[in-house]
Design a protein around this ligand. Sequence first.
Ligand SMILES: Cc1cc2nc3c(=O)[nH]c(=O)nc-3n(C[C@H](O)[C@H](O)[C@H](O)COP(=O)(O)O)c2cc1C
Length: 205
Amino acid sequence: MPVVGIMGSPRRDSNTEILLDAALAGAAECGAATQKVPVCELRILPCTECYHCAVDGTCSIKDDMSHLYDVIVSADCIILASPVFFYGLTSQAKALVDRCQALWMRRRVLKSWTPDLESRKGALIAVGATSGPKLFDGVLLTAKYFFDAVGVRDFDQLLVRGLDGRAQVRDYPEHISQATELGRRLASGSAGDGCEPPSQTDSTV
Ligand SMILES: Cc1cc2nc3c(=O)[nH]c(=O)nc-3n(C[C@H](O)[C@H](O)[C@H](O)COP(=O)(O)O)c2cc1C
């Protein structure tokens, strides 16, 4: 089962990437094929609101997003991973999310794509520096409607507060273990023989 991880931090070896790598490793342990999409290394332009996608479900912009549509459509699991920037996703991650308007059109308007909602799974991994109760409200709302657009009904989540320095999450092996568990849980639906059962992953509680 392909598990696709969208790495939304603008920096490599980021807290986001370390947690995403752990999740993908957990999924791979359970037999899943995995693919990481580091958006900071890709050319993904912002949506221009031209509504070309309303005509036939395709995007008029030709860039690295062009092949990612197939990657997202073919995935069984999608992990959206991003740091919190001004209470939302990073610009890089948000550009990818906005470009998924084409998939929303296919699914909700043109009805030309009917994903299997029973089998597709998702997860949000988000990290932020501060500790307020509303820290993840913005990314959670965006993730909810992103996952709907890409044909994922429910999504798991790992939300980690108090991380600021590069790779600081390495000082908190418990969060890395939680990410690995999340990956195992995602992959265990159809390929998880021998994988651990689910456990709590939201480190905010
Ligand atoms: C432009 C920018 C905006 C940020 N906005 C927030 C914010 O609103 N709330 C917060 O808690 N942290 C904020 N941060 C801190 C990052 O979320 C934090 O450093 C995070 O650990 C970075 O993750 P990464 O290593 O995966 O890139 C911001 C950082 C930057 C550079």
